[in-house]
Design a binder for this molecule. Structure first.
Ligand SMILES: Cc1cc2nc3c(=O)[nH]c(=O)nc-3n(C[C@H](O)[C@H](O)[C@H](O)COP(=O)(O)O)c2cc1C
Ligand code: SF4
Ligand code: SF4
Length: 265
């Protein structure tokens, strides 16, 4: 079967891009596009469309909601999703399936893939050996997902345990509207050398350099790209990050992240 697949991806530290690249290697005629923050409807012309994104605060990042709200596809397009996370996908894929249903976009597959955590306010990504195990497990899982996509299968979406979904979906709903202003907790220490990479890497154009130092503009998406990709490790969030290790996927590079940001300018 000849099938053209488009993967729309969003990433803060490259995990979701890496998942997309694994899928490209396993699927025929597949291309990756960075997910923009669309202001009006747009059409994706393909036989299959995959949406690949990180779980944020036990739910969908605002960008993914905006993307789905404006996505148009031709009738019969096969739709699937991968929610990349650090072990707690909660009800994110249920949320996605429901949102897509509102827009007559039936989601055939929704899988959780667990990779190292980039949520540094709660700690670093964990020991290298544990990270490698996650990469290896994810490779196998992504191959299975690719097989199901090629065969056009339909399955129930992945979800966490019920009590977690109820509790965490509640926290998600309470925190969602505050995400834009959560950048008030960012600060910069004296290792900053004014290179400007934080401003360039931000997919939301939420950083301006003022007197050579980053200043956050309060339309943040909390992807943490600025903090995680600062070459000097000068960006901090709250009180604990000075002692936590930074993370980005080892096979994803700054130039990939700059491409994502450029796609949004
Ligand atoms: C603001 C924020 C919230 C997060 N919330 C969750 C969460 O609720 N559950 C989870 O398993 N991982 C959570 N994570 C971790 C990411 O989903 C995970 O590290 C993912 O692999 C990052 O993908 P990326 O590199 O493509 O951005 C969160 C990360 C961030 C930055
Ligand atoms: S990326 Fe880091 S070092 Fe460069 S301007 Fe931003 S905070 Fe300063
Ligand atoms: S300011 Fe930082 S955390 Fe917020 S959207 Fe930009 S890169 Fe992501």
């Amino acid at each position: 079967m000849h099938m053209k697949t488009r993967l729309s991806i969003y990433t803060g530290t490259g995990n979701s891009l890496w998942v997309a690249r694994q899928l490209v290697a396993a699927l025929p005629s597949t291309r990756v596009e960075f997910m923009r923050y669309p202001k009006k409807s747009f059409r994706v012309e393909a036989d299959a469309v995959g949406i690949i994104f990180p779980v944020h605060i036990w739910g969908l990042p605002a960008r993914v909601i905006q993307f789905v709200n404006h996505l148009k596809v031709k009738p019969g397009t096969y739709l699937f999703a991968v929610a990349v996370n650090a072990g707690q996908p909660a009800a994110t894929l249920v949320q996605l399936k429901r949102l897509m249903a509102v827009h007559h976009l039936p989601l055939s597959l929704g899988y959780s893939v667990v990779l190292p955590s980039n949520y540094i306010p709660w700690g670093g990504p964990g020991p290298l050996a544990a990270q490698r195990q996650l990469f290896s497990k994810a490779r196998g899982r992504i191959k299975e997902i690719a097989g199901q996509v090629v065969r056009g299968e339909h399955h129930k979406v992945d979800r966490g345990p019920l009590w977690q979904n109820i509790l965490f979906s509640g926290i998600y709903k309470l925190s969602f509207r505050h995400v834009r202003a959560m950048d008030k907790k960012f600060w910069v220490d004296d290792k900053c050398n004014s290179c400007g990479i934080c401003a360039k890497v931000c997919p939301a154009a939420n950083i301006k350099l003022r007197a050579g130092r980053p200043s956050w503009l309060h339309h943040c998406e909390q992807c943490l790209a600025c903090l995680q990709w600062c070459p000097q490790e000068a960006i901090q969030y709250g009180g604990k990050t000075p002692r936590y290790e930074r993370y980005h996927h080892p096979e994803v590079h700054l130039r990939d992240m700059l491409d994502q940001a450029k796609a949004n300018r």
